[in-house]
Design a protein around this ligand. Structure first.
Ligand SMILES: [Zn+2]
Length: 174
């Protein structure tokens, strides 16, 4: 008598051997619980393309997901960047999407048109950058502004007094 094994998938007793069940050392009888037919049926159901009705019902969700990479939100980008910079530099951070200033079209210092330099992967002199007005105060509400990268890199952590001295010194040499 070949011992039988009840498959919970089709609720049928089948001979407990590898003709009907898949071998698996994980089970006491070295056979998977589901019979081969039920396993195949389960596999094909998993791989079957989803029905049109399924896509129709979830249309908005699919659209949203496929648009995520297309929709670039600069404010969100700068918020994320500021958060990670603050963490890396151990600086205070309390910005939110709402408290990040609007991104200007032109550099407030030099007046030229600003660009989102991230598009080209490298900062350009006219790339938009988020500047800490007082660097030590970190990325906090009221302490950030958008400047061109050129203005930002010139300013760095210099103080007004230092810049006035620098300019006065420079003028004398001219
Ligand atoms: Zn079965």
């Amino acid at each position: 008598m070949v011992p039988k094994k009840l498959c919970p998938g089709c609720n049928t007793e089948k001979p407990a051997n590898i003709k009907y069940f898949i071998r698996s050392p994980r089970y006491e009888d070295n056979l998977k619980p589901l019979c081969i037919e039920c396993t195949k049926r389960a596999e094909s159901a998993k791989n079957r393309p989803r029905s049109k009705a399924y896509y129709a019902a979830n249309k908005e969700e699919f659209k949203r997901k496929s648009n995520i990479s297309k929709l670039f939100d600069p404010k969100q980008y700068f918020l994320n960047l500021a958060r990670s910079r603050a963490k890396a530099l151990s600086l205070p951070f309390n910005l939110t999407y709402e408290t990040i200033p609007e991104i200007p079209d032109r550099c407030p210092v030099f007046g030229f048109t600003l660009e989102l330099g991230v598009a080209r992967g490298r900062l350009q002199p006219n790339s938009v950058t988020l500047d800490r007005i007082e660097p030590a105060k970190g990325y906090t509400q009221g302490n950030v502004q958008f400047l061109s990268w050129r203005a930002n890199e010139l300013k760095r952590n210099g103080t007004l007094e230092e810049f006035e001295q620098l300019v006065a010194f420079w003028r004398k040499q001219k």
